[in-house]
Ligand binder design. Structure first.
Ligand SMILES: Cc1ncc(COP(=O)(O)O)c(C=O)c1O
Length: 425
């Protein structure tokens, strides 16, 4: 059976929902490096940075602005009520999607980064102090690493990093050494955006809970690409971004266990998050609104729910199977090319992305040449500078896949990488 015949769903039918995939880009492969053009079919392999948005989600945004644009929670009039119901129900959709018990546990944020800062400021600044520690891993995205590092500096708490093995996995023996009775928070990325490693979050949660520490999973790369259930993972917090899962930018979610969110002070103060205000003092709205001060991203929140409905229609098990198939195929083909160093675990045990370097070619040059072939990948440190230091490289190229990508697109990537390697040989 050919690789394409193993697709778990009709990928061509899905692609039809993404008109942007029909775009032409790139330059002239005959004279690489001479700048942008518009004659090459787009091969978009950068969904780990941001995914594309299907027509039903674009329609949900347009429908809001065309039919019921109004502020939420503030008006008695019909438009405001319609907008409020749709925005509030979007929280229910997100809660169901990740197995949370209800909307009380889902705070809409701008993105994963803001969700992490919310917990770091509202919980970390209050609760952490000298003698405490927060445990991260060496493969954290800057969204988590920089946030906890700076909160550590402000509170005097120690920040520890679980080491990564040569194969790109978490060293679980080291994890057990790092997590002790002074640990207050274990914050680890679920699927690494650089190594593709799928981390054993449930195991870490058990370790953390044995020491009465909280667990925060960074789900930016996992929630869009595989079934994620907060109960199964045993996490206390989970963060993810709408724009990496067919939704718009400007919206993300923080899941927090209700009793912990209840016990936390607000992160932002202002309208919408209060119940009663006097000149002397204020009281707070119920969850999750206590954490959603000011006018929220209403259209984006509603469209976030539409995006979840879209990917649920395909089925998260199917999305995962498709990601697995493309990741393994890309890994094997790039590996077979020669002169390519791939980072992270083997192809049959990783999330849907492959970061690599080509011998003698800087990742930025590679990306620029690939652009001439219409192939969009990411080049740089992918917001994991310390991990790149550990790998001994300043930058890498990263191809990442989503539900609309095909094996033909992986072939286009591999062909273009081969051309680039030969050009610099
Ligand atoms: C693992 C991981 N964590 C956090 C983030 C930050 O996401 P956002 O920029 O949407 O806040 C990203 C984005 O690339 C990511 O890959």
């Amino acid at each position: 059976m050919g690789v394409q015949e193993q697709y778990p769903f009709d990928v061509e039918a899905v692609r039809a929902d993404f008109p942007i995939l029909d775009r032409k880009v790139g330059g002239d492969p005959e004279s690489p490096g001479e700048g942008p053009g518009d004659d090459t079919p787009l091969v978009y392999l950068d969904s780990a940075a941001t995914s594309h948005t299907p027509d039903p989600v674009v329609d949900a945004i347009a429908d809001y602005y065309r039919s019921y644009n109004a502020n939420v929670h503030r008006g008695i009039h019909q438009l405001s009520q319609e907008a409020s119901v749709a925005y509030e129900e979007a929280h229910d959709t997100v809660a169901d999607f990740i197995g949370a018990s209800g909307r009380e546990e889902i705070v809409f944020t701008k993105n994963t980064t803001e969700a992490m800062n919310l917990v770091a400021y509202a919980w970390g600044l209050e609760e952490l102090g000298p003698g405490d520690n927060v445990v991260l891993s060496q493969m954290e995205h800057h969204a988590s690493l920089v946030t906890w590092q700076q909160i550590g500096k402000r509170t005097g708490a120690d920040v520890r990093f679980i080491e990564v093995t040569d194969e790109g996995r978490l060293d679980m023996e080291h994890a057990a050494e790092c997590i002790d009775d002074d640990t207050q928070m274990v914050s680890v990325v679920h699927v690494s955006n650089t190594l593709g490693t799928i981390n054993p979050i449930a195991e870490l949660a058990d370790l953390a809970h044995d020491h009465d520490a909280y667990v925060f999973a960074d789900g930016a790369q996992s929630v869009p690409t595989r079934p994620v259930d907060v109960e199964d993972l045993g996490v206390d917090f989970l963060a993810f971004s709408g724009h990496k899962m067919c939704g718009p930018t400007g919206i993300g979610a923080l899941y927090g266990r209700e009793e912990i969110l209840e016990s936390m002070q607000p992160y932002l103060y202002g309208g919408d998050m209060i119940r009663r205000v006097s000149f002397e003092d204020s009281t707070w709205e119920d969850l999750p609104w206590k954490f959603e001060a000011g006018t929220p991203s209403i259209a984006q929140g509603i469209a976030f729910a539409a995006a979840i409905e879209y990917i649920e229609e395909i089925g998260m098990e199917n999305v995962r199977a498709h990601e697995d198939l493309l990741a393994e195929y890309a890994y094997d083909e790039l590996d077979a090319l020669g002169g390519v160093e791939i980072y992270g675990p083997p192809g049959d045990d990783r999330g849907g992305l492959v970061a690599f370097n080509v011998e003698g070619v800087h990742a930025h040059d590679l990306s620029s040449i690939l652009n001439d072939y219409g192939v969009a990948i990411r080049a740089g440190d992918h917001c994991t500078q310390p991990l790149h230091d550990e790998l001994g490289v300043a930058a890498s190229a990263r191809a990442s896949f989503y539900l609309y990508n095909t094996t033909e697109e992986v072939d286009a990537l591999v062909d273009a990488v081969g051309e680039a390697r030969d050009l610099f040989a």
